[in-house]
Design a protein around this ligand. Structure first.
Ligand code: ADP
Ligand code: GLC
Length: 485
């Protein structure tokens, strides 16, 4: 089969700009597709961190203002371990420190429609006959709302096939009607089966309506978002387009997330060398100022602190943990009330509960390795990467049965132990009490060292590499091209 030319448009990419799992996916999936022989290029804004990381980036195109509200911009080309990047340079929009979406007070940047309208517009242009490069994509792959207007431009102006991947349907990018003309979309696009959504211009709705194929990041989430409760208003549209919708489970970058080679860990270990995992626990307890003890399990959390992640359930019951007995380490940031709640808990139980507010990549690795059990009681979870990282790190997770958590975590029971699929703990319900019961169950199971080791090894031996997902994306791209034709 012929190699494809793919433009992968994203608003973040690890390790340079990452607020969550999209950053990890944007680094690993394109690299896998390139390895499979496809000509893939990643388009993303030239944020300051990228300009610093790639000072040698070469100017490859200067684009005039593409619409009344869009500024002129430039494309710089760079390579990340061989993977071609196209950095969208527009200092007035992207030369801002910190979070790519929010200002210092945690509010959306007021010009996000223009910032990501430009990203979408340029992504489309790279799939159109007048591409500014001597290259044009066969398929434009738009990730999340920030790139999801690209299919609208390709639909109304002509161009390549397009794919939209939903990493989180709760974020839809909705703006005022005046953006239609500002971004250069035609007046007749303002229709319920065009870009209009409840009298707003919705980037995500436009993409889902007008792209050739849709994917999301797990099979269960692909089913869930067709249901009113999970669809955040877009369920009817997704049901209407269900023949174009597929769930492809994310993989894990096994080069980065491997406890045998992870440079962030004080002690390397593997499924057949689990003793050194205990040394990582001691090191983590020391680093976080906890009592150094081997007599109780250490629960770990690494998360955005938002309603999605269900960590308010943990906050409600966490003051019971020291008596369970168990310890807890939390790394996260987000909702200010939740941040304050966790900080206060740590102040009350400094030897049993440790909290670090902020984003810390290396500490995230040490928590995956040093904890006994990872806590992820998400209300919804399109895929979730952290539970997969914890499975690989021999840190069985506690999860709710939703989205990618349901597709990756198998509750410990007689049957799953017999067929060696048991790898974690699934909450029975979505209440603080259900979480408490699950944590008690973890503590009992953990006391049985032989049983615990079997559960750890089941998780560590499961194949989460990207190869399988990359093949499914190639099939999706080919279907998108066929559908467009
Ligand atoms: P989401 O994308 O919804 O936040 P995922 O589980 O898919 O959830 O991915 C989260 C990613 O972000 C993981 O790589 C996780 O380690 C990382 N992460 C989240 N919060 C932090 C933090 N405070 N410090 C370091 N890494 C974090
Ligand atoms: C989103 C989702 C998360 C998923 C990630 C990468 O941030 O919340 O579940 O793993 O995207 O696809």
């Amino acid at each position: 089969m012929s190699a494809l030319s793919i433009l992968f448009a994203t608003s973040e990419m690890a390790p340079w700009v990452k607020t969550g799992g999209l950053g990890d996916v944007a680094a690993a999936l394109p690299a896998s597709l390139r390895k499979a022989g496809h000509d893939i290029r990643v388009l993303l804004p030239a944020y300051p961190a990228l300009k610093t990381a790639f000072p040698e980036a070469e100017l490859v195109a200067s684009l005039p203002a593409l619409a009344p509200g869009l500024p002129a911009c430039r494309l710089l080309s760079a390579k990340a371990s061989g993977l071609p990047l196209l950095l969208l340079e527009c200092p007035e929009l992207f030369d801002r420190p910190g979070n790519p979406y929010l200002d210092a007070s945690g509010q959306d940047w007021p010009d996000n429609a223009i910032r990501f309208g430009l990203l979408s517009r340029v992504a489309a242009r790279l799939g159109q006959p007048d591409s500014p490069l001597d290259w044009a994509a066969d398929v434009v792959h738009a990730n999340d709302w920030q790139a999801a207007l690209a299919p609208a431009f390709l639909h109304y102006q002509g161009g390549a096939a397009s794919v939209v991947t939903v990493h989180n349907i709760a974020f839809q990018g909705c703006f005022g009607r005046e953006m239609l003309a500002a971004l250069g979309l035609p007046e007749h696009a303002w229709r319920f089966d065009g870009v209009e959504y409840h009298d707003q211009l919705s980037f995500l709705k436009s993409g889902l309506q007008l792209c050739s194929q849709i994917s999301t990041v797990s099979p269960t989430y692909a089913r869930e978002i067709q249901d009113e409760h999970f669809g955040y208003g877009l369920a009817p549209l997704l049901r209407h387009r269900s023949d174009a919708l597929r769930g492809i489970l994310n993989g894990v970058d096994t080069g980065i997330w491997n406890p045998a080679t992870d440079p962030a860990l004080p002690f390397a270990y593997a499924a057949n060398r689990l003793a050194a995992k205990r040394a990582n626990k001691t090191a983590l307890q020391t680093e976080m100022g906890l009592d150094v003890t081997a007599d109780r399990p250490l629960f770990g959390v690494i998360s955005r602190l938002t309603h999605q992640k269900g960590l308010d359930l943990l906050l409600t019951i966490a003051d019971g943990l020291p008596d369970l007995p168990a310890q807890l380490v939390v790394l996260g940031s987000g909702d200010k009330a939740m941040e304050a709640g966790f900080a206060e808990l740590a102040a009350r139980f400094p030897k049993q509960i440790a909290v670090k507010l902020g984003f810390d990549e290396a500490l995230a690795h040490r928590i995956e390795a040093g904890s006994d059990c990872f806590v992820m009681p998400s209300r919804f979870e399109p895929c979730g990467l952290n539970q997969m990282y914890s499975l690989r790190y021999g840190t069985p997770p506690i999860v709710r049965a939703t989205g990618g958590l349901a597709d990756t975590v198998v509750d410990v029971c007689e049957d799953s132990l017999a067929d060696k699929s048991a790898n974690g703990f699934v909450l029975d319900g979505d209440t603080p009490h259900a979480l408490w019961v699950a944590m008690e169950r973890v503590c009992r199971t953990w006391q049985d060292k032989k049983l615990w080791q079997r559960v750890q090894q089941n998780g560590m031996r499961r194949d989460f590499s990207w190869t399988h997902a990359a093949n499914e994306y190639v099939a999706l791209y080919r279907d998108a091209i066929a559908r467009k034709a």
